[in-house]
Design a protein around this ligand. Structure first.
Ligand code: SIN
Length: 486
């Protein structure tokens, strides 16, 4: 039994129309702790019938929710935010147990998740329309912003709280209702957020959460004419599939997909600061983020020094179950993730990569992998082209700015990129040349609720967070009032 201060946060059913609902035939799914493979909880696993119920409930709640004043929607979001922070320890513990990340990172993610609710509580009150100067004296032209309606959110296991609030915050602020389908690996954090939405006083049907098989639920959501928008965070192949599925009902889509972030260190950089940034960017969540440094490019004249200093830092990372104290890196999410990392490392070694540190599974358990540095990385390696989603840092050598920009952009992805330089001219040139939605200059951590998050190319469509993040949840209506001279 989990030792939560607020035992109501351990929820094992789906949330539909403000009520906790079980699957009719008692189908269940076990939630597994990746650190030791123990079952943390058994959760009811809902499907087609419950998804239809959730759509109906969201559709009915939508009518009153959109008519609720912006001020009241804002107050409710703010109350939900406050409850996340009040229950931060319990939520962090749930997250660490089901996802694996160290407790300090989980606490950080709860604060990050809450920040989206606070931000969009404010934005709810700033959804303005426009008055357009008229082309005729007897006409007035207006632009109204309206909620798109019922939304669906399909969220990933790597950020079990923040990727939910980054979607629910703007949806609710805009006057939309929502159906959330969290990843099957991490439903407990999502359901606990649902419990807190009830405690915050968010009306029944406004927030619905369905735990169950992805395909079965997603198929209902994408094919429904009542669902007017889908927001998805996950892999590029699944994002493409969902986009196709949404075409028949012409839904709005927002897609936050895969990345292959370059992390470039020029020879004019502050090398210690670059190493600090690379550590944070690469090893956050054991390398399981879409914006983790995937390819580290270091200019040839500082290459050796960088590899040595960086590897010395990586060697000091502590690996173990996330709930133990002073842990830097937890387990990977499942065995497929470990096998993928192994395959990438083997491929790199076969192609001439030199393992400086790590390069094997870790003795702490089945799903733990050693923080790894691979020098002499080349463009032929899988690590250069695919997202490893694990604690592997391949270090590539480059000679010129022009060369590294070509290499950095030579990928179908375009989510995040990072570079370190103290040269102001270079900072402008390279920021503008990188084909990514996010660029970190002299920092390896740049995510915040106040700035837009989203990708170029195969990394997705739309932006989350910031003043831009609410746009995807709004329709723009042009109203022309004529005959005003009569
Ligand atoms: C992600 O990796 O999907 C999100 C990372 C972030 O928001 O910082």
């Amino acid at each position: 039994m989990l030792a939560l201060k607020n035992s109501k946060l351990l929820c094992t059913d789906s949330l539909i129309n403000g009520k906790w609902v079980k699957e009719t035939k008692n189908r269940t799914v076990n939630v597994i702790n990746p650190a030791n493979q123990e079952i943390i909880a058994t959760v009811s696993s809902v499907g087609v019938i419950e998804t239809q119920q959730a759509i109906t409930s969201a559709q009915q709640a939508q009518k009153t929710w959109r008519a609720t004043t912006a001020k009241d929607r804002s107050l409710l979001l703010r109350r939900w935010h406050d409850l996340l922070l009040k229950n931060q320890e319990d939520l962090a513990l749930l997250m660490t147990l089901e996802q694996g990340k160290p407790l300090t990172e989980s606490r950080g993610e709860i604060a990050y998740a809450a920040s989206f609710l606070a931000w969009f509580a404010e934005e709810a009150q700033r959804i303005y329309g426009d008055i357009i100067p008229s082309y005729s004296n007897d006409r007035r032209l207006m632009v109204l912003k309206e909620p798109v309606g019922v939304c669906a959110a399909i969220t990933p296991w790597n950020f079990p709280a923040a990727m939910i609030t980054r979607k629910v915050g703007p949806a609710l602020a805009a006057g939309c209702t929502i159906i959330i389908k969290p990843a099957l690996e991490t439903p407990l954090t999502a359901l606990a957020l649902g419990q807190l939405s009830i405690e915050a006083g968010i009306p029944p049907g406004v927030v619905n959460i369905l735990v169950g098989p992805a395909q079965e639920i997603a198929q209902q959501l994408t094919s429904s004419t009542l669902v007017r928008k889908l927001s998805f965070t996950g892999s590029t192949p699944i994002g493409k599939h969902l986009m196709k599925e949404c075409a028949d009902t012409m839904k709005k889509v927002s897609l936050e997909l895969g990345g292959n972030a370059p992390f470039i260190v020029f020879d004019d950089a502050d090398i210690d600061s670059a190493i600090e940034g690379a550590m944070l960017s690469k090893f956050r969540n054991a390398g399981q983020t879409c914006i983790c440094a995937n390819r580290i490019y270091v200019q040839s004249n500082i290459y050796q020094a960088f590899v040595e200093k960086f590897s010395a830092k990586v060697a000091r990372l502590t690996v173990g179950p996330g709930h133990e104290s002073n842990i830097d890196q937890g387990p990977l999410i499942n065995i497929a993730a470990v096998e993928k990392v192994e395959a990438f490392v083997n491929d790199a070694v076969t192609l001439g990569g030199k393992i400086i540190i790590g390069g094997a599974r870790h003795t702490r358990g089945k799903l733990f992998y050693q923080p790894t540095v691979i020098a002499n990385a080349t463009q032929q390696m899988k690590l250069a082209h695919e997202e490893v989603f694990g604690p592997i840092a391949p270090i590539f050598k480059f000679n010129s700015e022009e060369e590294v920009i070509t290499l950095a952009n030579n990928t179908e992805y375009g989510l995040a990129s990072y570079f370190y330089s103290r040269d102001i001219g270079r900072i402008w040139r390279v920021s503008e040349a990188l084909e990514t939605g996010l660029v970190g200059v002299n920092s390896g951590v740049i995510s915040t609720e106040v700035a837009p998050f989203g990708g170029y190319k195969a990394s997705g469509i739309g932006r989350e967070g910031s003043k831009y993040g609410i746009e995807d949840y709004l329709n723009t209506k042009y109203v022309c009032i004529a005959d005003l001279d009569k």
